[in-house]
Design a protein around this ligand. Structure first.
Ligand code: HEM
Length: 453
């Protein structure tokens, strides 16, 4: 597609030599480097990487340009998504063009609000199992890896809500497999090269074994559903019933890709966001108290249902604010398919576009006192929604996260249920370090002490 441009200017940015010198810093603290680059060079920064020019953009207008106004000029043919597709294949998250649109339309009904409102029937037993385990931990004083607890819970909920499978027995094993495959692609990103995928190292063997654990689970699930003779009306049923223009059904491999996408994209993100929320609440006891007060008043010790959500606006604000400070999807990338322009700047065809909810959502001109955890700032926005494109934890434009509402409902349920019964505190001998991998994660997990309220 040709898109005539008049811009000739190259955005400011470090020289190739300066960039090279910064490589160790970029590797050890990528979010910190991006914050620094935005500070030094402004809203559009050019990274002059030989043969792979990249633009880092960090303002609401420029992000709107890429993700919404000119989204057709930009696709997901980037290293981030190509590596992810090593796990999810051409599922909804990584597909482009017509394939993406068809699959998005097909899956959208599974995320309709009335369906999501029955999520409590699934979330409640899963939360009860978790909270019972926590009772024991509270009695014994044993710390818990809250990151792992949130991952198990979120995997159980997404598996049951969208695919009607009970993963409660296998949740730990599958969570481990998902973490291993995600770590595996970060390793590949850090060690690029034509041979890196072919060499048999302990890491690559772990990656393959974890991926096949996940694949076997998914293929079993597809086979069991086909054998049952009833496709069902959940997301898996929608995929099984789908036909293309020629009347052909989706192959098992295509269904595997979509299911893998949902399992991976649909639990690790929510779990990380909840994990960061617990850390922030522990660091801000006044905010923890407000959430506990809301849960106490609305629930009185019960586990919430979706009917309670309207009475728990503070839980939604707490989660939104945690997503501002620690957006799990901290990096969103695109590739320009043709020449374009952003303001006075030329965007060459084939350029990598880097956007970061993390840096955007910590801009002091958009978010006063950006480093502070202040859930009430969301109370000032109509419908709790900040001005568009100042807040993009779920992306924006046509590729906005399909699971946004799912995640918000799930998080409110979990926050309400836990805050109604427990208070979580950090362990002084276990400092928390943020690691920007595929998602933003606490290195080594988040160990916390749980106390009954
Ligand atoms: C707090 C939780 C979540 C966060 C922070 C998050 C974040 C995101 C972001 C930033 C994107 C857009 C990526 C881009 O434009 O390049 C996205 C897309 C997507 N997310 Fe989420 N997500 C969350 C929860 C979920 C859940 C619960 C599901 C499914 C159950 C899900 C499934 C997907 C899928 C399938 C896409 C691709 C959509 C498309 O391109 O049409 N996500 N997510």
């Amino acid at each position: 597609m040709n898109h005539p441009t008049t811009a000739t200017l190259t955005p400011p940015g470090p020289t190739p030599w300066e960039l090279l010198k910064k490589l160790p810093a970029i590797r050890s603290n990528a979010t910190g480097y991006l914050m620094e680059a935005a500070q030094q060079w402004g809203d559009v920064v050019f990274f002059d990487v030989p043969r792979n020019p990249a633009l880092f953009i960090n303002s609401p207008d420029t992000i709107k340009h890429i993700l919404q106004d000119q989204h057709r000029l930009y696709n997901k043919n980037t290293m981030q998504y190509n590596l992810l597709s090593g796990i999810t294949g051409k599922g909804l998250l990584t597909a482009d063009g017509e394939d993406w649109l068809r699959h998005r339309r097909l899956q959208q009904p599974a995320f309709a609000r009335p369906r999501l409102m029955s999520m409590d029937q699934i979330a409640t037993p899963a939360m009860e199992r978790m909270l019972n385990r926590w009772e024991q931990a509270a009695d014994s004083g044993e710390p818990l890896n809250i990151d792992n607890e949130m991952m198990r819970l979120a995997l159980e909920i997404v598996g049951k809500a969208l695919l009607s499978i009970d993963l409660s027995d296998q949740a730990s094993r599958l969570v481990e497999a998902v973490v291993t495959v995600l770590d595996g692609i970060v390793h590949k990103a850090q060690n690029p090269g034509p041979l890196s995928g072919l060499m048999l190292t302990p890491g690559s063997m772990r990656f393959r074994s974890a991926l096949s654990t996940l694949e076997l689970t998914i293929y079993d699930m597809i086979a069991a559903r086909r054998e049952s003779g009833d496709p069902g009306d959940d997301l898996l049923g929608m995929l099984l019933r789908a036909r293309d223009e020629q009347g052909n059904p989706m192959s098992d491999k295509q269904i595997r890709d979509e299911v893998m996408t949902i399992l991976v994209a649909g639990h690790e993100t929510v779990a990380s966001a909840l994990t960061w929320t617990w850390m922030l609440l522990a660091q801000n006891p006044g905010e923890a108290q407000k959430l506990e007060d809301e849960s106490g008043a609305v629930l009185n010790g019960r586990i919430p249902t979706t009917a309670d959500l309207a009475a728990m606006p503070h839980a939604a604000r707490v989660f939104s604010e945690a997503l501002r400070l620690y957006p799990p999807a901290w990096l969103i990338t695109r590739k320009s398919t043709a020449e374009d322009q952003i303001g006075p700047y030329r965007v060459p065809a084939g350029a990598l576009i880097i956007m970061s909810p993390y840096t955007l959502q910590r801009r002091a001109d958009l978010w006063p006192e950006p480093e502070k955890f202040m859930p009430d700032r969301f109370a000032a926005f109509a419908d709790g929604q900040p001005p568009r494109f100042t807040y993009i934890p779920f992306g924006a434009g046509p590729r906005l996260c399909i699971g946004r509402e799912f995640a918000m409902i799930e998080a409110q349920l979990v926050l309400g249920a836990v805050a109604g019964r427990f208070r979580l505190s950090l362990l002084p001998d276990r400092p928390v370090h943020m690691e920007p991998l595929v998602t933003l994660r606490p290195r080594g997990g988040l160990w916390m002490k749980v106390e009954k309220r």
